[in-house]
Design a protein around this ligand. Structure first.
Ligand code: ATP
Ligand code: MN
Ligand code: MN
Length: 308
């Protein structure tokens, strides 16, 4: 709103207590979105995105020159911590590394000020990073795979999860595919969670070898959907719900109701330009219940994969 956004004498813009430098720099030329516009977007949708990103180790995609410039993944900070950004020391194979965390809108906007166009998170929270609380099936269409295959693929993932008693949630990636997200109570290790998602991917491939593949191989992916379960390993990340993407048109990874899934849906349907209109016209949260679901990977559920 114009109240929270003021232009200072030096040409900076203040948003959520953060000084936005180069506010008029165009970050998405095709959508004509400036750095100030992007910061305003995140202020406007803060209540939607924050529950999905706060207290989770982050991987960021930074594009200081905007979407059409050089972009790079960044997990660690070199230099001073911006306002609202903190760190958590995480054990690695050798030594420990400091991962970035945010807890409020100031941290969110500080990272936009820092040139971030994408927020990716761990599927675990800072108070127990060894026990994941969500898993992600990332459906990646190979060359010559159809959109219909992606749509049917997420439906099949949902149905297989439902069969074993797990509720799941759908989102656009903002890129080429769709994601199915499953909230979990924290009982299993990363390896156990990853093995479970791998087993689902493998059983889909066994039942429909022309449609699905469970390995990254680009050649084998041709005409098929890669059920990318690798987002569920320790240290792996997936784009956060409501994060922008560093891609043409300023798309946003957007949570949907299952009844919004259709062949006419596009993975980059929602963008910085149209998402706020969608959110303000919604009657209910499309992921109603996401943070209330209590379900875990029991032995019985793990053993049932591929048997029904
Ligand atoms: P699409 O629908 O186009 O596939 P996506 O977000 O699912 O969009 P993928 O390429 O399937 O993109 O998944 C890539 C994921 O892997 C990213 O979400 C990111 O979290 C992670 N990733 C990829 N490259 C790196 C990297 N160099 N460093 C850290 N994480 C990475
Ligand atoms: Mn993907
Ligand atoms: Mn992927």
């Amino acid at each position: 709103s114009s109240k929270s956004r003021t232009q200072t004498d030096s040409g900076e813009t203040q948003l959520a207590g953060v000084a936005i430098t180069h506010p008029d720099r165009v970050l998405y030329p095709d959508a004509n979105i400036t750095k100030a516009d992007l910061a305003q977007f995140y202020v406007d949708i803060a209540d939607w995105i924050l529950p999905h990103v706060i207290g989770r180790p982050l991987t960021l995609v930074r594009c200081p020159g905007g979407q059409t410039g050089q972009c790079f993944y960044q997990k660690h900070l070199d230099g001073n911590l911006p306002a609202g950004v903190s760190t958590i020391a995480i054990k690695e194979k050798q030594g420990t590394d400091d991962y970035l965390l945010i807890h409020d809108v100031t941290g969110l906007i500080s990272l936009v000020q820092w040139g971030v166009l994408e927020f990716h998170t761990w599927g675990a929270r800072e108070d127990n990073i060894e026990l994941p609380d969500r898993l992600v099936f990332d459906l990646d269409p190979g060359e010559e795979a159809t959109w219909e295959q992606v749509v049917n693929g997420v439906r099949e993932v949902r149905d297989r999860l439902k069969t074993i008693g797990l509720e799941s949630f759908l989102r656009t990636s903002g890129g080429k595919g769709l994601h199915v997200v499953v909230p979990l109570t924290r009982r299993r290790s990363w390896d156990e969670v990853k093995d479970f998602t791998h087993a689902i991917a493998t059983s889909m491939m066994h039942d429909s070898p022309d449609l699905y593949i469970d390995t990254m191989s680009k050649a084998k992916r041709k005409g098929r959907i890669f059920i990318d379960y690798l987002r569920n390993g320790r240290g792996a990340t997936a784009v956060a719900s409501y994060s922008t993407r560093a891609r043409a048109g300023a798309p946003v990874a957007t949570p949907l109701r299952w009844d919004e899934l259709s062949p006419s849906l596009k993975p980059n349907q929602y963008t910085v330009l149209n998402l706020r209109k969608r959110l303000s016209s919604l009657k209910d949260d499309p992921w109603e219940g996401f943070f209330q679901v209590r379900q875990s990977l029991t032995d019985a559920r793990i053993q049932r994969v591929g048997r029904d």
